[in-house]
Design a protein around this ligand. Structure first.
Ligand code: NAD
Ligand code: ZN
Length: 354
């Protein structure tokens, strides 16, 4: 394939200062380093993490100015001299949250690269995918088969991958029940579809009629509405088939409450997996019942390269059909506003060309 023409500048959404606003403007296109590729981003999903990055919510500083975004799907248009022949110009590829890692520390060597102390984070410590041309370390790009739609695979690159990994980390087995908390959002919707494909029974927890209907359409047997339930703990336990509570609870919610309630309804010997990261939040559990019920509480953070391929494979087999809406990159601020109001059902994907 002849080398595509790469412009010297491009349109991007840029955060100049923490707290925003984001500014839609022209910025230079960067050249990839020796071990990097340049990807012409076509679509990028919008993750709640992008909002945390703009607001400076987390105890980890972002780069500034910053181009956010870490669910970018596009086409490889340039590569550094050290990038091997397994990546060719014209290949379809994805940029994930983990943009790069050292590949030589004990975590990287064991396939736990998200734990690498030198990890580079797309749309956080390096510029991400809310621009037309974005850079990633070649070793970490997601390989996207050409027959798959770049638009619909974009949300798999963080929401799908993270939800799938969290379900694996829960060690829930086919036939067992998982409570998915924050099920109406981007990661939650994905978790419903992956859980269903993995043979799990699902209790979805979120707020509002529209999210309830969406959750049921995506595979939840029961929906518990946190906004109207008078006794959430009782309702979630009652929804598990034998009343003992779900075998696993996966927490995607963007508020602290669920992180303090889960230990009250998870089944004895069950597992609580924390994935959502509300600002300044703490997990709480009574020591007595955590001990005598042998409860496990753990975190789960994105996924490694193998998890990425597996998550894409579920999608490629037609098992993951979480809904998304497409909007122009120029309208990204609107997505952030809706996200803050918790009115988004599923995911928004930005079309980077407009
Ligand atoms: P989202 O805004 O699409 O969804 C969040 C959902 O939580 C919303 O539907 C909201 O209604 C729901 N919610 C809020 N309070 C609730 C409550 N009390 N009970 C039940 N549901 C409640 O966000 P998202 O993009 O799905 O991201 C979710 C969280 O996961 C964010 O904090 C994000 O930063 C984090 N995240 C973590 C990882 C990781 O690797 N651990 C990866 C990606 C995103
Ligand atoms: Zn994300």
């Amino acid at each position: 394939m002849s080398a595509p023409k790469i412009p010297s500048d491009q349109l991007a959404q840029v955060i100049d200062k923490t707290g925003g606003p984001i500014v839609y403007k022209r910025i230079p296109v960067q050249a990839p380093g020796p071990d990097e590729v340049l990807i012409n981003v076509k679509y990028s999903g919008v993750c709640h993490t992008d909002l945390h990055a703009m607001m400076g919510d987390w105890p980890l500083e972002t780069k500034l100015p910053l181009v956010g975004g870490h669910e970018g799907a596009g086409i490889v248009v340039a590569k550094g001299q050290l990038v091997g022949n397994d990546i060719q110009i014209g290949d379809h590829a994805g940029i994930k949250w983990l943009n790069g890692s050292c590949l030589s520390c004990s975590y990287c060597r064991q396939g736990e690269e998200p734990l690498c102390a030198k990890g580079l984070l797309s749309g956080y410590t390096v510029d991400g995918t809310f621009q037309q041309y974005a850079i990633a370390k070649a070793a970490h790009i997601a390989r996207i088969p050409k027959h798959l739609s770049l638009e619909s695979i974009a949300p798999i690159l963080c929401a799908g991958l993270t939800a799938y990994k969290g379900l694996k980390e829960s060690e829930a087995r086919p036939g067992q029940t998982v409570a998915i908390v924050g099920a109406g959002g981007g990661l939650g919707n994905m978790a419903l579809q992956y859980a269903k494909a993995m043979g799990l029974r699902i209790i979805a927890v979120d707020g509002g009629k529209e999210k309830g209907e969406a959750c049921k359409a995506l595979g939840a047997e029961t929906f518990v509405d946190f906004q109207t339930s008078k006794d959430l703990v009782k309702d979630i336990k009652a929804a598990s088939f034998d009343g003992l509570g779900p075998h696993a609870v996966i927490l995607f919610a963007v508020s602290e409450g669920p992180f303090q309630q889960a230990a009250s309804y998870v089944r004895p010997h069950g597992t609580i997996v924390c994935i959502g990261m509300p600002a300044n939040a703490f997990i709480k559990a009574p020591v007595f019942s955590t001990v005598v019920h042998m409860i496990r509480i753990k975190g789960s953070y994105v996924g490694n390269r193998q998890d990425t391929d597996e998550a894409i494979d579920f999608f490629a087999r037609g098992l993951i059909k979480a809904p998304y809406k497409v909007i122009g990159l120029s309208e990204l601020q609107k997505v952030y506003n809706m996200m803050e109001d918790m009115t988004i059902v599923g995911r928004y994907v930005v079309d980077v060309s407009r």
